[in-house]
Design a protein around this ligand. Structure first.
Ligand code: AKG
Ligand code: FE2
Length: 218
């Protein structure tokens, strides 16, 4: 059972175990109501009221290979911090899910990093993989959507592709929905939308420490 702050509680525990089974069998899963609507709205309002300095232009790659490239992605991000309310609640809840995944699927997930993302109208993120085999310790991607009343015509869908480049899923970024997929298997993209689009994207990682030095996040 997943609980975090009094503020955040996963809506339906039966759904959670079905979701873990689906993740194991197909490599991804879409959970429509991961969080109850009111709790999702709290996160949404929290994200909306952050001022401009709280956000940074999203980049591509890590550490020495880090660049920003607006032809590839145009979202703004904010890495979540465990000291802050709302942010800590989300991190705690996702850490509970990490333990659950390790217990059910023996995944050995070591930690979790995540950021809020804001796609202004027209912003996109072109086709990409979140991790390359053997070159990253990102194992599972999670995307949680915060947008209330998002409609088909608002665009901003997440498209997930299969091995032959075929479309597997076209997912509306609706409040409360969680998508989880294997980071180095599924190419995906975010289509441009008409409204401000808010989400929390995160990665469960393996421990790639070398010589006792913990692999830095990001
Ligand atoms: O927001 C989404 O639907 C996906 C975001 C994404 O692919 C990423 O941040 O790597
Ligand atoms: Fe991605």
């Amino acid at each position: 059972m997943i609980t975090a702050d009094p503020a955040l509680t996963v809506a339906d525990f039966a759904t959670e175990s079905i979701a873990i089974d689906q993740l194991a069998s197909q490599g991804y899963v879409i959970v429509p109501n991961f969080l109850a609507r009111e709790q999702c709205l709290e996160l949404y309002h929290y994200a909306r009221q952050l001022d401009a300095q709280a956000w940074q232009q999203a980049g591509i790659g890590r550490a020495d290979s880090y660049t920003t490239n607006s032809a590839v992605r145009q979202d703004k991000i904010r890495w979540l911090q465990p000291e802050l309310p709302y942010e800590s609640a989300y991190l705690k809840m996702m850490d509970q899910l990490r333990l659950e995944l390790n217990r059910e699927l023996f995944m050995g997930l070591f930690d979790y990093e995540c950021h809020l993302a804001h796609y202004p109208p027209g912003a996109f993120y072109r086709k990409h993989l979140d991790a390359f085999k053997g070159r990253s310790n990102r194992i599972l991607t999670t995307v949680f959507y915060l947008n209330p009343d998002w409609q088909e015509q608002d665009g901003g869908q997440l498209v997930i592709y299969g091995e032959q480049g075929e479309v597997l899923e076209t997912i509306l970024p609706e409040a409360g929905k969680l998508v989880v997929f294997l980071s180095d298997v599924f190419v995906h993209e975010v289509l441009a939308g008409l409204r401000d689009r808010f989400s929390i994207t995160g990665w469960y990682r393996l421990n790639a420490s070398i010589g006792g030095v913990i692999d830095p996040t990001r």
